[in-house]
Design a protein around this ligand. Sequence first.
Ligand SMILES: [Zn+2]
Length: 174
Amino acid sequence: MGTCGHEECYISTPPTLQFMLEDFPLITPNETIDRSIPRCRLCDLIAASTRESAAVFPPPTYASPIEGLQNHIASAERLIAEGIQNEELEKTLPSMKQMLADEIKATELRMVEVWKEYWAIWGPGEGPEIPNEYPVEEEIQDVVEEPSKDTGGKKRKAPLKIKGRASGKKARKA
Ligand SMILES: [Zn+2]
């Protein structure tokens, strides 16, 4: 307190534990902090944004895996369209697109993960939306239930495991 320079506007006491439990049943509140001690919400927000950047642009390259895959797919599609390369590339295209879909979902999950620490103190309202079927930590590695048009609402494996995913989907001609 008093050292970050934000104190005038942003220092306040976090919601009480009781309020957290009653109003935010999806959030596991931080029970280790003393909620009677004012703290800087902006500092907590900045920390959460920093963690979010690391989730979207992970080290060591700090490049977006989503952008990388998108570029890769765009190049492949261009080579196919120009007739420079065909058969092999066309075969790998569906799995590349599946990897992209998985990476997008995985990134969303990572973003939710890194905001938990902030939500645990202040409650939700900042950062990404909390998914309805908010998975508890162990389940994130396992199965995510996700009704979607593509799978007809069937259960899908969590996006963190990519192996063997591509075979189920046949290539859609663009
Ligand atoms: Zn501050």
